[in-house]
Design a protein. Structure first.
Length: 189
């Protein structure tokens, strides 16, 4: 498990995974990473979803509308340049993958994302901004994603990256550097 997201007002939990040896199956590594949807009310696994065939990880996830999930992961060769970023959308009720959208940059500064050693310097997450968009990094490019149509807008290239936190319309970046502030980076056109 790498990421977890409550969905449907907490009635279900979606677990995002990375391929790993299965101790209950002779340490076999599955062909692809999966999303697992756990029904909290029924206390059972309700569905398994493969959003990206042959993927190493299902990546970052967040519910963007009731029963609709947005994910950010890395691509394989079938979706363009291996290691590039890939957005996907999933309907949790049916398990249908609604879209897969290749992105121009990798998710991480490391070609083997997610890390097994120390991912703390990456500051990866899907942070909701005050305008309702999801903010994240594609390598060292800060972007915001419109949850309604998965449109990706570049905010800017920033080195080093930091974890974004919003105060009003300003975004603060924390990390090993001094606390940094970007004043009103949101263009509401």
């Amino acid at each position: 498990m790498h990421w977890i997201a409550p969905v449907l007002d907490g009635k279900s939990i979606v677990i995002s995974t990375t391929k790993a040896a299965d101790e209950l199956n002779n340490n076999q590594v599955p062909e692809e990473a999966k999303l697992f949807v756990y029904d909290v009310t029924e206390q059972k696994l309700a569905r398994e979803i493969v959003p990206v065939p042959k993927s190493r990880t299902t990546g970052l996830i967040v519910e963007v509308a009731p029963g609709r999930l947005l994910g950010l992961t890395t691509t394989g060769a079938e979706y363009g340049k291996p290691g590039s970023g890939l957005l996907y959308g999933v309907d949790l009720a049916t398990g249908e993958v609604l879209f897969r959208k290749p992105l121009p940059w990798p998710v991480s500064i490391d070609s083997h994302w997610p890390h097994w050693v120390d991912p703390s310097y990456e500051y990866l997450g899907l942070v909701r901004g005050p305008e309702g968009f999801l903010w994240t990094w594609l390598k060292n490019v800060l972007v915001r994603i419109d949850p309604k149509d998965a449109n990706v807008q570049v905010v800017g290239k920033i080195n080093p990256v930091g974890y974004p936190t919003f105060v009003g319309k300003d975004v603060y970046l924390s990390g090993p550097e001094q606390l940094r502030r970007i004043r009103e980076p949101i263009d509401n056109r």
